[in-house]
Design a binder for this molecule. Structure first.
Ligand SMILES: [Mn+2]
Length: 439
């Protein structure tokens, strides 16, 4: 049986992954979130790996929760440190060398397992992959391990690549605010049985906070009408029942948990939001890769366009005031795009204070085909998204003279990357398809 404490579980999982090839479990099961490596992805992967490792018959193999980021990028996520702390008191930001678990059962950031620990000699045939918070591997992982994807639990548009009916693996794709809610729903029976057979209130409190962190952040503390679903409410109730907070979910658990006097939903949400939205110590390079996703659309004849989306938890006004001026922003975005060979670079912002809640969309098409695809996106979606030029238009260039184009809009606030990325990818595909027809 896998260790009950989260610290010991993560240690065992790391040992399984980093053991010499001959001693590694075969197949090795990995659970991974999407490449933005946001709270939802990271917490969902840890929770699903933990519960499956403790549930018959899956506990026959220890599941490794893999954070979809290089180790150095953990430091860009203070909100994750808070979610892992197992307590509501302001978390200490521990240094990388300090891996002593604290007495609350929480774990430090550096106890997590990242892409930096993924062995180069690990081959697809010796692995099974369970995806959370996405349903298609991306980038290098897709090239190496796509053939071994066995299941998913996700709340994005189905890309149709996760096989159906792989024995023993879920294939759940449902709309809801947070993927962590789907994980809690999937795992709650296992959690209840575990809590009865091997009671450990300290660990269960850490797990409950890990579940609540993304659920609250992704649904604005269950208050966002267009994001929150019944699944989110039920999952939050289950996790809060574990914290002994009375509510409808208490009946889901027979175990009687003591009330965690330190937990307060709105205080926890406020603290996570504050940490997530405080970008003041970061550079543009940090901010653009903190919550980042990239896709390539291809045609059979060899045409391809790559887009990268950086989601930023503050508005453009905040960035220009606190991080660097317009030239610094455009320089930062250009460097970010060139390092990743992007044809289109996108920044999506969330503005909270100055001028009220709003979202901005900065699009930069870096070459002629990209300009065509972006124009197509704008023509098709201006009404739907209610695109309006942002500010005084000084971020904009004209397309025709330079073979590139950047411009900035505000748009309807109910559209996030989850909706806008598929629309832009459709425009890219449609342009690629049209040019193929012309050849
Ligand atoms: Mn998500």
């Amino acid at each position: 049986m896998a260790p009950r404490s989260l610290a010991a579980f993560l240690k065992a999982a790391r040992s399984a992954l980093t053991a010499p090839a001959s001693q590694r479990p075969k197949p090795l099961t990995l659970v991974i979130g999407n490449e933005s490596a946001d709270l939802d992805s990271l917490c969902s992967a840890i929770l699903l790996a933990y519960f499956r490792s403790h549930t018959p018959p899956h506990n026959a193999s220890l599941h490794v929760p893999l954070c979809n980021l290089p180790r150095a990028d953990l430091a860009l996520r203070p909100e994750l440190q808070a979610a892992l702390a197992g307590t509501s008191s302001v978390p200490k930001l521990k240094s990388d060398s300090d891996s002593t678990p604290d007495t609350q059962g929480g774990v430090p950031l550096d106890s997590l397992i990242t892409l930096s620990e993924l062995p180069d000699d690990l081959v697809a045939d010796d692995t099974k992959w369970l995806l959370v918070d996405h349903n298609a591997l991306t980038g290098n992982l897709a090239k190496r391990f796509q053939s071994s994807v066995a299941g998913c639990i996700d709340h994005h548009v189905d890309e149709g690549v996760v096989p159906t009916n792989v024995y023993g693996f879920p294939r759940v794709i449902e709309t809801c605010g947070s993927c962590a809610s789907l994980v809690v729903e999937y795992a709650q029976d296992a959690w209840r049985q575990l809590s009865e057979q091997e009671p450990d209130q300290t660990t269960d409190r850490v797990l409950a906070r890990l579940a609540l962190a993304p659920i609250l952040v992704d649904t604005s503390s269950l208050k966002s009408a267009n994001k929150t679903t019944d699944t989110d409410r039920r999952a939050a109730a289950v996790a809060e029942a574990v914290l002994g907070v009375s509510g409808e979910g208490k009946s889901a658990f027979n175990a009687s948990y003591e009330t965690d006097a330190e937990y307060n939903r709105s205080a926890y949400y406020d603290e996570l939001s504050r940490l997530k939205n405080d970008l003041s110590t970061f550079t543009y390079s940090d901010i653009l890769r903190k919550d980042y996703k990239q896709w390539t659309e291809k045609t059979r004849s060899g045409g391809s366009l790559t887009v990268g989306f950086s989601t930023v938890s503050q508005g453009l006004g905040y960035l220009l005031k606190n991080i660097g001026d317009k030239n610094a922003l455009l320089d930062g975005l250009y460097t970010h795009a060139k390092e990743r060979n992007l044809d289109i670079a996108v920044i999506m912002t969330v503005q909270h204070d100055e001028g009220g809640f709003a979202r901005q969309l900065l699009l930069w098409a870096l070459n002629e085909p990209a300009v065509h695809a972006v124009k197509r996106f704008v023509e098709t979606n201006t009404d739907k998204l209610d695109l309006k030029p942002w500010g005084d238009g000084q971020q904009d260039t004209t397309a025709s003279d330079s073979g590139e184009w950047h411009t900035c809009w505000t748009h309807r606030t109910e559209f996030s990357r989850k909706q806008i990325a598929p629309l832009l990818r459709d425009a890219m595909k449609s342009w690629l398809w049209k040019t193929t027809q012309m050849l």
